[in-house]
Design a protein around this ligand. Structure first.
Ligand SMILES: Cc1cc2nc3c(=O)[nH]c(=O)nc-3n(C[C@H](O)[C@H](O)[C@H](O)COP(=O)(O)OP(=O)(O)OC[C@H]3O[C@@H](n4cnc5c(N)ncnc54)[C@H](O)[C@@H]3O)c2cc1C
Length: 407
């Protein structure tokens, strides 16, 4: 059977693949996107908390009403291990909560509008370079369906299989955070304007737990943990965390989901001849919170644009495609670097030290820094703001030295 021919093949129909495909098609390329699941958007493994600034950057401020679950998030209630509370808020809407299945389906409708062809129930298992670009195959056997493309964009998510086939790195498996989440109804005492974050090594070792409100009585409750199975930690959080258990004791579980988040930060190289890598598969997630939709989306748009430009220039060499890496690194490399060290540093703090940090941060001037310059996607601004507060220096010098010595 003759292979199907396209300019650009995108592997993976998550947000990263869909953003890349849409932006390449907008620039006039023929784009074919492969998704292994039978529908776009399944399975759902995300809380769907997206910053308003990030949505603006992705030109997604006019999301359809059935995609948005909560458009009123103005801040966060952050709990220390012993339950001390720090409230941070800018006073205006900073984030939306979206239904991730509908969000992906909306992105796919935008891509289709621009001319992207989507093939579901199609897993790409092999990729081979040839004189005309790359051949993508659904298997090794003769029954394999083949597609010939000038360039392939890999957007396989957190456990990519194709990166290694083109000798590019993958996010290290041993550095993922395991995450589990429930959607629950009939919850007590939540404020639909505030997400709740629980910094607690006991219930969420190596990460944190969250309650992300959908409305006054329903929310997405989740934890991330460096240990698997994360479901056990979530169960313990819901039943035993002194503050959360009171809110959740009459609540019902409507939905369960789980996934993994690559926390090692970005991979060393995201391009080679005829190939670009985007999204979780490239480690383009925030190591502090695990959020990957916005940063992966921004990088993926660059990938789509450069891939389309390479078709016009008739040049899919690694040298040409390196423009993609320059663009996305310029946008977010320092931020990802800072976030990676913040996450690793926070993980070295004992619960006692975390308590002390909460006491220091819960002072009006310092809370203002976190609230006012607290950009959920660009957290380096907060870190640099805090480093300028000389009264935090003794704490940072002591705990920072311990962190550096551990490395
Ligand atoms: C519990 C949890 C909560 C989260 N909460 C948030 C949040 O609130 N906000 C946020 O921004 N991020 C959040 N994230 C992270 C976010 O979900 C990811 O960063 C984002 O989905 C990454 O998008 P992606 O397109 O790179 O990968 P994915 O969304 O994983 O999509 C990859 C797609 O590729 C398909 N695929 C894989 N291999 C192949 C193949 N060989 N052939 C064909 N198809 C293939 C898969 O089926 C999948 O559909 C969360 C993650 C978890 C686990």
């Amino acid at each position: 059977m003759e292979p199907e021919v396209t300019d650009i093949a995108v592997v993976g129909g998550g947000p990263a693949g869909l953003f890349a495909a849409k932006s390449a098609a907008e620039r006039g390329s023929n784009v074919l996107l492969f998704e292994s699941k039978d529908k776009i958007g399944f399975h759902e493994h995300c809380a769907g908390l997206l910053s308003v600034d990030g949505l603006e950057k992705l030109e997604l401020t006019n999301l359809p009403s059935d995609v948005i679950q909560n458009s009123n998030i103005i801040g966060a209630h952050i709990y220390s291990p012993s339950g001390n509370l720090v409230n941070v808020s800018k006073g205006s809407t900073t984030a939306y909560v979206v239904d991730r299945v509908r969000f992906n389906q909306y992105l796919s409708s935008l891509a289709i509008e621009k001319g992207v062809k989507i093939k579901t129930s199609t897993s790409i298992l092999n990729i081979k370079r040839n004189g005309n670009g790359v051949e993508l195959q659904t298997g090794k056997k003769t029954l394999s369906v083949k597609t010939q493309a000038k360039i392939a964009i890999f957007a396989e998510g957190r456990f990519p299989k194709l990166n290694v086939q083109v000798k590019l790195p993958s996010p290290p498996r041993e550095k993922v955070i395991f995450a589990s989440m429930y959607v629950m109804s009939n919850i007590n005492d939540i404020d639909p304007k505030f997400v709740e974050l629980y910094q607690t090594q006991k219930f969420a070792p190596g990460f944190f737990a969250w309650i992300i409100p959908i409305d006054e009585e329903s929310a997405k409750i989740g934890i991330g943990s460096q240990y698997s199975p994360s479901g056990k930690y979530l169960e313990k959080f819901v039943l035993k965390h002194p503050i959360a258990k009171e809110k959740l004791k009459q609540a019902n579980i409507e939905k369960k989901t789980s996934g993994a988040i690559p926390l090692s930060s970005y991979i060393k190289r995201t391009y080679t001849d005829n190939v670009l890598i985007v999204g979780d598969a490239a480690g383009q997630t925030k190591p502090t919170t695990g959020g990957g939709v916005i940063l992966g989306g921004i990088a993926s748009r660059f990938a789509g644009e450069i891939a389309a430009d390479s078709i016009v220039a008739n040049d899919q060499s690694a040298k040409y495609l390196s423009r993609y890496e320059k663009l996305w690194k310029k946008e977010m490399k320092t931020n990802l670097f800072v976030m990676k060290h913040v996450r690793q540093y926070l993980n070295t703090l004992t619960d006692k030290e975390t308590e002390k940090l909460f006491l220091l941060i819960n002072k009006p001037k310092i809370k203002d820094i976190v609230s006012q310059i607290g950009d959920v996607d660009n957290q380096k601004k907060v870190v640099f703001g805090l480093l300028l507060r000389y009264n935090l220096w003794p704490f940072f010098i002591r705990t920072g030295t311990k962190y550096l010595l551990k490395k």
